[in-house]
Ligand binder design. Structure first.
Ligand SMILES: N[C@@H](CCC(=O)N[C@@H](CS)C(=O)NCC(=O)O)C(=O)O
Length: 219
């Protein structure tokens, strides 16, 4: 059985899990925490980050973007990348937008509200949260709102890696008690609707339920 190393609350692990679920690939989740990883784990994930995917004995693939690209090569159905070259490039950029700027901003709020207080005995730094919510996130949302206007999916009329990478951080935002509406009331309504639709997608909704149960147990 393939193994995915990492914990589900990581936006990058969730990204990978959504792709695995969409492709119907069964796997075991090996709960590696991203803090103080062992030297043993660094042998399979040299940067010490989660996720890392072990599809078979002796093959270890770190990095969510690399893993999803690998999955596409080993199981092309359903495709998670557009075939048109320009759409393909667009999907990769949107994946990067999610993985870099969006994860950084949302991750700040998630860490301050959820990880620090619950798991590291650190109080929430409200000033840091405020800056993320009022300064960093609104322009990121505004750009996405314009891009998704009038569309069901971000690229090429199909569900792609772009939708996976852009939806995953919004799940962390939800765990931290915020939504597109709460951060930018009355604005970015296209994005708000899109995020709701994506979160109701069966592969994503199932993971959200699992994560909510985890927080309830940890409370
Ligand atoms: N580019 C990587 C980023 C993975 C990443 O940053 N994961 C975080 C957890 S959300 C991590 O492992 N951080 C630990 C560290 O940076 O030492 C990917 O897409 O998988």
């Amino acid at each position: 059985m393939p193994k995915l190393h990492g914990v589900g609350l990581s936006p990058f692990v969730r990204k990978t899990r959504i792709a695995l679920a969409e492709k119907g690939i069964a796997y075991d989740l090996d709960p590696v925490l991203p803090i103080g990883v062992s030297e043993e784990y660094k042998k399979i994930s040299p940067l010490g980050k989660i996720p890392c995917y072990t599809p078979k004995e002796g093959v270890n693939i770190p990095d969510s973007s690399v893993i999803i690209a690998y999955l596409e090569r080993t199981q092309s159905d359903p495709p998670l990348y557009p075939s048109n070259p320009e759409d393909f490039a667009r999907a990769l950029f949107l994946e990067e937008y999610g993985d870099s700027a969006l994860v950084a901003a949302v991750g700040t709020v998630f860490f301050q509200r959820m990880v620090g207080p619950r798991f590291m005995n650190q109080p929430t730094d409200e000033a840091v949260v405020k800056t993320a919510l009022t300064e960093t996130l609104p322009p990121l949302f505004a750009w996405l709102d314009n891009e998704i206007k009038g569309k069901e999916y971000f690229v090429g009329g199909q569900f792609t890696v772009a939708d996976i990478a852009l939806t995953s951080p919004f799940v962390n935002l939800m765990h931290a008690g915020e939504t597109v509406e709460s951060v930018t009331p009355g604005k970015n309504t296209n994005l708000a609707k899109y995020v709701k639709t994506m979160m109701a997608r069966p592969t994503i909704a199932a993971l959200i339920e699992e994560e909510k149960a985890f927080f309830q147990e940890a409370a």
